[in-house]
Design a protein around this ligand. Structure first.
Ligand code: DQA
Length: 154
């Protein structure tokens, strides 16, 4: 089991269309941008005493590669898989390698997908995630960072 002293950083990975935060459906995702999310996560990391790196890609291959990197470098992950949540078995298999190594991976959604269209109600990531936080806006990322630090200290 990974412990707090072995962890130098946490990576926050965001999937497709999350680079459009602030512009895309602000009534659902809010008016803050990915840059705002980045600064908030870095700040929350500082408060927790851990370096936080925020990434985003619309390309499934990038997101899968970052999971492999997390396994090789033993880096905990906060993952908003965005639409990949609902159908990407490739990403689910990659994310499973992270949690199989007992490295925490928290799934986060800004909105509450269960309260939206039916295709959003199913997540292929939830069964392999350490835990899932939905519907809390950007604050969900803070909760996820805290949950990872808590899990590492437990
Ligand atoms: C999302 C929810 C997904 O259903 C959607 O495809 C997204 C964002 C969220 O953060 O609420 O792109 O993951």
């Amino acid at each position: 089991m990974l412990t707090r002293s072995q962890v130098e950083k946490i990576i926050v990975v965001n999937g497709p269309n999350l680079g459009r935060l602030g512009v895309r459906e602000p009534e659902i995702y809010g008016s803050a941008t990915l840059e705002d999310l980045r600064s908030a996560c870095v700040q929350w990391g500082q408060e927790l005493g851990v370096h936080v790196e925020v990434r985003q890609s619309d390309d499934e291959a990038d997101v899968i590669r970052w999971m492999h990197q997390a396994v090789d470098e033993k880096t905990p992950i906060v993952l908003n898989p965005a639409a990949f949540t609902h159908y990407s078995y490739g990403l689910a298999d990659a994310a499973a390698q992270v949690t199989d190594m007992h490295i925490p991976l928290i799934e986060v959604h800004i909105s509450n997908p269960s309260a939206r269209e039916s295709f959003r109600k199913h997540s292929v990531i939830s069964p392999i995630a350490t835990g899932t936080i939905t519907g809390m806006g950007f604050y969900g990322y803070k909760l996820a960072l805290e949950a990872i630090v808590h899990a590492l200290e437990a």
